[in-house]
Design a protein around this ligand. Sequence first.
Ligand code: SAM
Length: 295
Amino acid sequence: MSSGKTARPVATPSVTRQLMQTHAVSAKKSLGQNFIIEPQVIADIVAAAGCDKQDLVLEIGPGLGSLTQSLSAAAGQVLALEIDQSLLAALAESLAACSNVRLLHADALEADLTGLLAEFAGREDLRPGFMAVANLPYYITTPLLMRFLEQPQLPWRRLVFMVQKELAERMQAGPGGKDYGALSLAVQYRAAARLAFTVPPTVFTPRPKVASAVIVLERLAQPPVQVEDEQLFFAVIRAGFGQRRKTLLNSLSSGLELDKQQISAALLAADIEPGRRAETLTLAEFARLAQNLSV
Ligand code: SAM
């Protein structure tokens, strides 16, 4: 914050209300807008991120700017992507003092993240790569996470996301239960996941129906299993869980559009019984299966 103006912290019920009134905006359920109104929660998210002045931080969905203000104070540079045009005037006000924040009107699911972040790549005051920090809108959480996890060229080091508590638990689930799925496997392939803390619905306006949690995903230097063709690996996982009640033989042959003989041979070569379901397979078994499908 170098412009000399002081930022009025947004994360309180009264300042949030005032900003919304002044700029005639209301929270849109369709865009997952639940604004944080508790300053301690903002402080706890920034502490979980552990960013410093050498960090480039990508924020998805700055909303009214509550988290963005604190990220601006803690990080070297913030790139914030907000889809809702009607919030931009309020953001201009709340972030007026935050000269290290670049605010873009963009859809985080569609935006060329690599291209947008490349602009900061040559900055000597910033370490390579970036971290992403956000209070995520519920409806994009899974596709956005899959985008980060499936695309190895995106140089993120750490993801710190407020999500629904149930989703945070799914990320950490192991084989055998209903919580285990494509998201659990993608997370565990690419990252070490840690649930930092949980918060009740009362820290947001409007209040969501369920509890939320902040999850920290630390990128692994190397995936824990060997996979030669990551695209195929993720396609196998998606196909397996696309029809999770079916046997692997059936879900994979219809999901991957391959004949059953080929699937059966790959399953047997990977030492996996064709009658099993995707939810019983470990990460290592999925990796073995993908290896045998690709040869
Ligand atoms: N960061 C603010 C806070 O914590 O108070 C707002 C968080 S609110 C849960 C989610 C924000 O993401 C909203 O501002 C919403 O408009 C924005 N958003 C929703 N979908 C988006 C998308 N596809 N790309 C970028 N922003 C999006």
